[in-house]
Design a protein around this ligand. Structure first.
Ligand code: BG6
Length: 487
């Protein structure tokens, strides 16, 4: 049974409140926490954006967003009660602090509520907003700031943002969000590793052949083309989500589950990631961009059509990452992510080494695999070899031990943002990135992007609805391996 730990009353200000992320994720997540009775009635939620809207107009947007992005029956009276807790203030983030009085007024009166400022805006506004909040006296010493990814577009810009925001908000009040860390199965990874005696002894170069991390999406750039085209798959997905998943697979056991203990272990992994230079880029990475095709039976446009212009930005990337530490030396971590692929699927596959001798003749014996499905159909499968029943000699066949979370636990899966927002209110930093982690991730990413720019070239084409360009399969084929792409 799910349990909801009460949180103290809070005031949450969402900047960029009319944007895609806010309406798609943040407000539906708040609604669900409200419906579960977790948001104390003294709390206030304030949307801030530049649009000329009043509270009623903004509430309508929130209601439409829920309808579109988080449909399903909700009790009408409760939904109205939620909307009544939602306010709106129109501010241009670039306007001087003297024009921020409306926000101060909206929050006035109750300083006992912890104040949280959620910046769901372009990162170029992060420092300005933090400074205006300080100048207008709205940010208090214990106020918290939530920074959406991407934090900058490289190490230098990320440092500038962290420095600027850091002049107003201390590190312990800075919550750098990576929503993948809030996903149920991602957290389960730590439980699986550190609460099961049988897994940890096998979790190293001694028995693991390689690891695959795939985050495949069916969607394209979805109206975010302007942002996405400047970012590409590496900045949008790899620098944050995929590297965070890699860290959780690879990290050493933290001494405790304290935020800093976990984050220090992640940092060690990031620091041990081998840089990919211009000479390696062609063999260790594959860039792709989708052309028109069919996704789940429906015609899908090309990246250029989605964008409205041609571009050399990658919407797919496959990377052979290597970790130079004692546990993982020689064990490749193949990372892959892309838009408009065949199916929405996020999965971590830990593939073990083959048995040392073929006792049952020359029939091929599959490697053991531990497959952690993050979405959809969350669950864990352990592929073992068994004897196919029946006469006719010993026929070895791979079959899964299948733990489907949907079957095993009757629970609604909270969206990652629900957990993360409540963690901010509680002041729990475990699932947020520390500044040095972000720096280390950017340093590795910068090297990769510099290698690409030095090596030149363009992304390979792949049809929408496929598993990416064939070069991605060839990259593994050269190593005698293959992507795990079950039918
Ligand atoms: C976001 C990216 O961080 O994650 C998007 O900016 C991507 O481009 C999204 O679509 C994927 O998240 P999820 O939770 O749907 O896998």
């Amino acid at each position: 049974m799910a349990e909801f730990i009460p949180v103290p009353p809070f005031d949450l200000v969402v900047f960029g409140a009319t944007g895609d992320l806010s309406l798609r994720k943040i407000f539906p997540a708040l609604l669900h926490r409200f419906l579960d009775g977790q948001i104390p009635p003294q709390s206030r939620i304030v949307g801030v954006a530049r649009s000329e809207l009043d509270a009623a107009g903004f509430r309508k947007l929130v209601a439409e967003g829920r309808e579109r992005f988080a449909p399903g029956a909700v009790d009408a009276a409760k939904f109205t009660a939620f909307l009544e807790q939602v306010h709106y203030v129109r501010i241009d983030a670039n306007a001087p602090a003297s024009e921020w009085g409306a926000l101060d007024a909206a929050l006035g009166g109750s300083e006992s509520n912890v104040r949280i400022f959620y910046l769901s805006t372009a990162p170029s506004l992060f420092v300005t907003i933090a400074q205006r909040l300080a100048e207008a006296g709205i940010a208090k010493p214990n106020s918290r700031i939530v920074l959406e990814k991407p934090i900058g577009r490289d190490l230098a810009s990320s440092r500038a943002i962290n420095d600027g925001v850091g002049t107003v908000f201390e590190e312990r009040n800075t919550f750098r969000i990576d929503h993948y860390l809030g996903k149920e199965t991602v957290q389960n990874l730590l439980v699986l590793r550190f609460c099961n005696m049988l897994i940890e002894p096998l979790w190293s170069r001694a028995t693991v052949d390689h690891v695959q991390i795939t985050v495949a999406e069916e969607i394209g750039v979805e109206g975010r083309g302007e942002y996405y085209d400047k970012s590409g798959a590496v900045r949008d997905m790899v620098q944050n989500h995929l590297l965070q998943l890699l860290c959780l697979v690879a990290l050493e056991s933290p001494n405790t589950m304290d935020a800093d203990a976990i984050r220090t272990e992640k940092l060690k992994v990031l620091s041990a990631l081998r840089r990919i230079g211009p000479k390696d880029a062609a063999v260790k990475t594959v860039r792709g961009q989708y052309r028109a095709g069919l996704v789940s039976g429906a015609a899908a446009p090309s990246y250029a059509d989605d964008l409205g212009k041609s571009s050399a930005t990658e919407a797919f990337v496959a990377i052979k990452a290597e970790i130079d530490n004692w546990r993982w030396a020689g064990v490749p971590f193949y990372l892959r992510t892309g838009k408009r692929m065949g199916a929405r699927r996020s999965e971590i596959v830990v593939q073990f080494k083959p048995p040392p001798i073929a006792l049952f003749g020359e029939q091929g014996v599959d490697a053991n695999r531990l497959v952690l499905r993050l979405q959809p159909d969350e669950g864990v499968r352990l592929w073992l070899n068994v004897k196919e029943p029946g006469p006719g000699g010993v026929r070895v066949k791979a079959a899964p031990l299948n733990l489907s979370f949907a079957d095993a636990f009757v629970a609604r899966y909270p969206d990652a943002y629900e957990r993360l927002l409540m963690d901010v209110v509680r002041g729990n930093l475990s699932l947020f990135m520390r500044r040095d982690e972000v720096d280390a991730a950017w340093a590795w990413t910068d090297a990769l992007l510099a290698a690409w720019s030095e090596a030149g070239g363009e992304p390979y084409a792949y049809p929408a609805g496929s598993n990416g360009p064939t070069q991605s399969a060839l990259m593994l084929d050269r190593d005698g391996r293959a992507w795990w792409d079950p039918e």
